[in-house]
Unconditional design. Sequence first.
Lengths: 295, 82
Amino acid sequence: MTTERIIMHVDMDAFFASVEQKCDPTLRGKAIAVIGSDKRTVVTTSSYEARARGVRTGMNKYEAKRVCPELILVVGDNKKYMHASTKVFEILKRTTPLVEPCSIDEGFIDVTGQHSMGSKRDIADYIRGAVEDEIGITCSVGVAPNKLLAKLASGMQKPNGVTIIESSDIKDVIESLPVKKLCGIGSRMETHLKAMGVRTCGELGNFPVSALRRRFGITGERLSLMGQGIDVLPVVPISKDDAVKSIGHSRTLPKDVRDPEAIRRYLLKLTEMVCRRARRYELMGSTIAVTIRYD
Amino acid sequence: MTTTIGESIKVMAVFDKGPRPVKFKWKGKSYPVREITYTWSSRSGTDKLLHFSLTDGASLFEITYNQSSMLWLLQSIADCPS
């Protein structure tokens, strides 16, 4: 008999903003947005107070101030956030060695078979409590039999919440959920699925696999499983030996640039930065991707 | 508003699993540490720096301790609204 997995997704609440509010007591309870240091910069993240007033990640700072005039802009400090992130993952490693960081502020753990710390609820509460006590910020935890559902669960009761999805509840939880709520399905895929008459996870799970395969190839099979709340991917701890898969650098320019020579200079600078890291890792690339964002 | 300072200061600290500043002196004035709101670490070359965000009740300060040179610096001050 296969033991059902217990996977948790731990997601920090408004991470950068929370760290800044921890640092500066006068920011607590206020609408704040963390921005970059350049003159023309965007909102990296904002506090829940700011989000309630319409501030969103990616907004430029002028737009953010327009929707929320009382918004306090705080220039971010990555060293503070890296330190907090390191401490969070140290806490997670107390529960299990199977810890997979996804980003600076979220990660998965697999606590299947861990009995020394109590029930899955006890473990989730321990993580939340330790993060709050030792770092002074909050996180939300999703618990489910797989990564897909654990990630879905962690977003259900934010901030500072624990959501557990039992196997017996999967169908009820995802049946009428819009497909875009599942991690891995973005706006583009949502549009493609909508064109096929699929709007909800229930509809996706019931849609003929052969039709999904014809339309999306091998991805179609994965989509069908996702629609049923099935995900077999393991939690993979990252080790120092793991290969670097990509290296990138980006920059928001201080003002719009149309001069080709000036653009080439910026590209050269970014190229030099990428190549310096590639030489350090002793890597050679086969694909170059350039992303341009403009108004 | 936050003002960058970057000046050397004298600090009275308790060393217990790492330094904990309790008072510092800058430009002849003594500032008691009412609360350390956040601590973090960073590197400057081979030097490890400990950062402390702290308040005396009136202003918010960031001070750093360089574990190699054992020097304290006042990095910035922000006035807290009353």
